[in-house]
Ligand binder design. Sequence first.
Ligand SMILES: [Zn+2]
Length: 228
Amino acid sequence: MVLKVPFLADSQLESAATELLRKYAKWKGSPPRPPIPVDDLVEGLLELSLSIGELRARLGKNDVLGATWLDEGHIMIDSSLEGSEGRFSFTLAHETGHWVLHRPIIEMEKVTVPLFALEPNAKATPAIICRDGQRDSAEIQADRFAAYLLMPATDVRAAAKAINGEPLAIERLEARRKAGELVTELKSLAAEIIERGSFTNVSNQAMQIRLIALKLVTDASHPQQSLL
Ligand SMILES: [Zn+2]
């Protein structure tokens, strides 16, 4: 399913995530620090219900990650992600992104979404179903929102500064990533930052992408060139 949504700049997506963290801080009485408690944010602040279910089996598709039911205010994460803290939290943050960014558009009936029953035998109601590898703009927006929510720039920068002081220049970073090579220097830095910054609900892969976006790693071969 492809949701047709208006363009949102990265700065708007980051503002939306920062605003949600600010509301959470107000509700909770103190600002959230990593690991960002996305489940409490969903259930406590947004008052959505959350469950783990057999989405893949029910949809007959083995790449379903999560789904959000708009009328019920319910998020379901596929049971295959249980025990994989990074992927579970990222998917939950991604679904939160749909709720924050896209539900208002859908409610204004500018976008239609498919119907899917929350429980087997229940009435089918509007739901956003998310599958691995979907790259349409709504999915990309929700992914970026998730990264901003779980890895706030100030927290990532603080952890990086405590380790390196300045951005890490990696030889042929861009070429190696394009070739699908494992960039061990980047992987090690991501692991260090996860540990130092307590980003325990973030995968190494997600942190690698965030470090590049924040320019905390640079390509030593092309120091001026943007990697994104
Ligand atoms: Zn999605």
